[in-house]
Structures are given as structure tokens and as C-alpha cells.
Design a binder for this molecule. Structure first.
Ligand SMILES: [Zn+2]
Length: 157
């Protein structure tokens, strides 16, 4: 599915300023979110990079950062419509910031239980495989928190 995105990146060549392909999966050009420098037209501080099976964007001038798909939706909606709905959902999932939700102050265990299917499996490895299958990728701190919540729930299952 990254091939779709690469095709779209290449089509931006004629739309953005200073488009350059640096490596197979790295490009940069003048940021069209902030306009980059209007005075020094050669400045090109918008980067696209591969991470896992996805392309991510970052502008070193304005700090804009998003998945390539979100960027296309914002700035080149006609191209966005060519990326499939399915691939958007998948990437939205991957990009979703779960750790903010999990570690939010006052977050209720029963909400976490529902959101992360904590009571779906009694067996830890089955549950973990289910999360991975759903493309729910969690950092260590978030995982530890969910395991804590799980300990209480599995006892009463
Ligand atoms: Zn920018």
C-alpha cells in the first residue's frame, strides 16, 4: 500500500517548489503548508520519510507533522480522493495517538477495558495478538498501564 503513496508523491513534482527525491523513500520540497520562505525561494524544509509501511511528513520551518495521507487530504484533495478509503482507515489507526488517551488524567479503567478489548481474551498472548492484528501499536508505558488494568479485570472474568 506504500506503493500508492509513492505514486502520489511523485505527482507532486509539478505542484510544489524545489521537489527533490533524496533516496528511495525520502523526498523534500518547499513546504506548502506554511509557504516555507517566500523571500529565499530555494528553501525547502518539508520532508517526507518512510516509517514502517507508511509515509510521514515533517516541516522544519513550521513544525507541521502528519502522515502523508493526512497532508494530501489537506493540501491536495484531488489526489487524496485516489487513495482508497481502506488505506486511510488503516493509516489513521496507525497514526492514532493511543498513549495520550491511555495516560490521560482521570482515565477510567472501564473505558480502557472497552477501547482496548481488555476483557475479550483471558489469555494474555491472545489478547496481545488481537491488538497487533487491529494495528493498535502501543509504547511501553501505555502497555504497562493496560496490563495493570487487565490484572484487575482478568481476576473477575
Ligand atoms: Zn511548513
Amino acid at each position: 500500500m506504500i506503493a500508492n503513496q509513492v505514486t502520489i508523491v511523485q505527482e507532486l513534482e509539478n505542484r510544489v517548489r524545489n521537489f527533490r527525491r533524496k533516496t528511495q523513500y525520502m523526498w523534500n520540497w518547499s513546504c506548502d503548508v506554511c509557504g516555507d520562505s517566500k523571500v529565499k525561494l530555494h528553501k525547502a524544509r518539508f520532508y517526507v520519510n518512510k516509517k514502517d509501511d507508511n509515509l510521514l511528513c515533517y516541516c522544519h520551518n513550521c513544525g507541521y507533522s502528519a502522515s502523508f495521507i493526512m497532508y494530501i487530504r489537506l493540501k491536495h484533495p484531488d489526489l487524496y480522493s485516489r487513495l482508497s478509503h481502506d488505506s486511510f482507515i488503516e493509516h489513521a489507526n496507525v497514526m492514532f495517538d493511543y498513549s495520550t488517551i491511555i495516560n490521560r488524567k482521570g482515565m477510567d479503567d472501564t473505558i480502557l477495558q472497552k477501547l482496548f478489548y481488555i476483557d475479550k481474551y483471558k489469555d494474555f498472548s491472545q489478547w496481545y495478538a488481537y491488538l497487533k492484528n487491529k494495528k493498535i501499536l502501543l509504547d511501553k508505558k501505555s502497555m504497562e498501564k493496560l496490563i495493570e488494568v487487565r490484572k484487575n479485570i482478568v481476576n473477575i472474568l
